[in-house]
Design a protein around this ligand. Structure first.
Ligand SMILES: Cc1cc2nc3c(=O)[nH]c(=O)nc-3n(C[C@H](O)[C@H](O)[C@H](O)COP(=O)(O)OP(=O)(O)OC[C@H]3O[C@@H](n4cnc5c(N)ncnc54)[C@H](O)[C@@H]3O)c2cc1C
Length: 149
């Protein structure tokens, strides 16, 4: 691509790199969108990424796990922004299928905080359910030995 200008942009020259054909497209302005790559090679393999390195979350985790005969370790479905690893969330451009706008990245960030709270509550409920219950149905307080002064 080439840009034709005198005082201001007038036209761009567009070349089809397969055929070599060139055409002139009149224009007043030129916006360069350079694109982006996901820098996710450092992530552990358990955090599933798509073929371009973007992190799968929510429904995409379920779909990919199903298509690859993988496993999602919990009974519940992944939260909307949760990766294949429960309790790890991804937001913004790095997420597969993201909108790629500042506002959506910021919004997803605040949503992720709510999911983190939900995840911690879930962990706490599970930990409480695992605690040994006192025999006889009484509460831990009622069965506690009386303090001797
Ligand atoms: C050319 C261009 C024009 C755009 N124009 C607009 C626009 O007009 N309006 C709009 O809303 N959006 C625009 N966007 C999109 C917008 O910039 C992104 O959606 C937004 O910045 C995404 O925010 P993010 O926090 O998800 O990612 P980023 O802003 O990319 O932030 C990720 C950060 O993580 C850092 N990082 C990466 N790897 C590591 C690592 N291993 N350790 C530590 N840090 C790391 C990076 O250096 C970077 O600072 C544009 C994007 C491009 C490329």
């Amino acid at each position: 691509m080439d840009c034709v200008r005198r005082a201001a942009a007038e036209a761009i020259l567009i070349e089809d790199r397969r055929t070599g054909e060139r055409r002139r497209q009149p224009t007043d302005a030129l916006f360069v969108f350079i694109g982006a790559d996901a820098q996710t090679s450092w992530l552990p393999r358990e955090v599933i990424c798509d073929e371009r390195g973007y992190i799968c979350t929510g429904r995409d985790v379920t779909d990919l796990v199903a298509s690859q005969n993988g496993e999602w370790p919990l009974e519940r479905d992944p939260f909307l922004l949760e990766t294949r690893v429960p309790g790890i969330f991804a937001v913004g451009d790095v997420r597969h299928g993201s909108i790629k706008r500042v506002a959506s990245g910021v919004g997803e960030g605040s949503m992720a905080i709510a999911f983190v709270h939900q995840y911690f509550s879930e962990q706490q409920r599970e930990a409480e359910a695992m605690e040994p219950r006192p025999v006889g149905g009484g509460s831990a307080e009622t069965l506690a030995p009386a303090r001797v002064s």
